[in-house]
Design a protein around this ligand. Structure first.
Ligand SMILES: Cc1cc2nc3c(=O)[nH]c(=O)nc-3n(C[C@H](O)[C@H](O)[C@H](O)COP(=O)(O)OP(=O)(O)OC[C@H]3O[C@@H](n4cnc5c(N)ncnc54)[C@H](O)[C@@H]3O)c2cc1C
Length: 403
């Protein structure tokens, strides 16, 4: 017999897992389907390649859903300062500090796997949530209010509401016929997990160069994650280097404040794409996280806006449908979520595009403009506060659990 659920979340990544945890106190019966098997955390292990800068809003959401303690118990690095500047020695630089606005920190850098492990640990404690993993989807038969999902282990499940949390290449989104608007940035990102001569840092910095930014994200101890944005060809060339030669290239290109880099532990590269779903919902299906939007990672906002999607959707499913006669999976209810999130995500995408175009450029008027911009952002209190509240995820129509 087919097993029936109110909500089936396809993708137990950071965003899908958070939605399941946020539905803990509801009457909804929830299943999370995840195809990957996560290796458990070993405190002596090297840092993973994939890390994220989590905003204050994300910390609040993860804390509220009961996953934050599991993150802190594993490995996390708070940052209190954020610095941005241009390549040239004489150019403006701007330093933002949490002290300026009375916070203890601006955010945390965390390995993605640790966030996911803590979320999954939490959702396994919930009575109304089943985690079905590792298993893939073999077929999706979309039917509003009663979609049928076939799993690779032969099981068949029925969902009133299907949630696509299965990332940028979302199978669910394609199966239900929601298109995307997409283009590739002419930039790839090389991510390197390294150890440096310096002990633990409380600063994240980004230097803008005409070919793309260079970023430093602190991890615990003397570990750090470096991100080097450049043309697809140059990133492919850098990635093909031996670790020894890559270290030389990093040392040559990155600013002196990085210090000596001792080891390169792992390296990966990522094509950068902007992608936005044409709709976030229709009867019986809804998109969250990268399944709905992918943005340039230069300001580290992708998962942060995904967690806001998850929190707002949980708020709408548990609040809005109770206030109306509409079914919780109907487009009438889901449109409230779409309205609250789509415009906010679009404005963040547009801000990232503006950064990408203004900073990855050697055009003289733009150079002047961005230097003026950096000086203004650094000196004027309202502008500083605006930049900081953006980076901390505290802008816009926030769900109650992020306030
Ligand atoms: C270089 C780089 C740096 C970044 N840095 C930051 C940062 O600092 N801060 C930030 O906020 N964001 C950052 N991002 C963006 C961030 O990584 C993504 O926005 C985030 O991972 C999206 O989370 P998600 O859960 O929506 O999707 P995903 O992380 O893609 O998770 C999708 C999940 O669904 C599962 N899945 C997929 N298909 C199926 C299926 N058919 N059946 C079952 N399960 C399935 C996958 O296994 C996975 O667990 C960065 C991105 C890049 C490329």
């Amino acid at each position: 017999m087919n097993e029936k659920y109110d909500v089936i979340i396809i993708g137990g990544g950071m965003v899908g897992g958070t939605l399941a945890c946020a539905l803990a106190d509801s009457d909804l019966r929830v299943a999370v389907i995840e195809r990957a098997e996560l290796t458990p955390f070993d405190p002596d292990s090297e840092h993973d390649l994939r890390v994220s800068a989590l905003s204050i809003a994300s910390e609040r959401i993860l804390n509220h859903v009961g996953a934050w303690d599991g993150i802190v118990a594993r490995r996390v690095c708070a940052y209190r300062r954020m610095k941005v500047w241009e390549e040239s020695e004489t150019a403006a630089s701007t330093l933002f500090t949490s002290d300026d606005i009375g916070y203890t920190h601006l955010g945390h850098i965390v390995e993605n796997r640790i966030v996911q492990l803590a979320i999954i640990e939490r959702l396994k404690q919930l009575d109304n949530v089943d985690l079905i993993a590792p298993v893939d989807i073999t077929a999706i038969d979309y039917s509003p209010g009663s979609s049928l999902i076939e799993l690779s282990d032969g099981r068949q499940l029925i969902a009133k509401l299907l949630v696509a949390a299965d990332g940028g290449e979302s199978k669910v989104r394609s199966a239900v016929g929601i298109g995307v608007h997409r283009w590739d940035y002419e930039q790839h990102a090389l991510v390197a997990s390294v150890t440096t001569e310096y002990g633990q840092q409380d600063i994240t910095w980004q230097q803008f160069t005409p070919t793309g930014p260079l970023a430093y994200l602190p991890l615990t101890g003397n570990n750090a994650s470096l991100v080097w944005y450049n043309t697809p060809e140059n990133i492919a060339r850098l990635k093909s280097l031996s670790h020894e030669h890559l270290l030389e290239a990093i040392q040559h290109k990155f600013p002196a404040c990085l210090g000596n880099v001792n080891h390169c532990l792992s390296v990966g590269s990522f094509p950068l794409r902007r992608q936005h779903a044409l709709a976030y919902q229709k009867d019986g299906v809804v998109l969250i996280g990268d399944a709905a939007h992918m943005i340039h990672p230069l300001a580290g906002q992708g998962v942060n806006i995904g967690l806001l999607d998850a929190a707002v959707l949980a708020e709408v499913l548990t609040g809005q449908s109770a206030q109306t006669d509409n079914e919780f999976w109907s487009s009438h209810v889901l449109a409230v979520y779409e309205k609250r999130r789509k415009q906010h995500n679009l404005s963040i995408m547009q801000t990232m595009d503006a950064f990408y175009r203004v900073f990855s450029n050697d055009h003289l008027p733009l150079k002047v403009l961005r230097n003026v911009g950096l000086r203004v952002a650094g000196k004027l209190t309202p502008a500083r506060n605006k930049v900081m509240s953006f980076a901390m995820g505290l802008e816009g129509d926030l769900p109650a659990i992020a306030r």
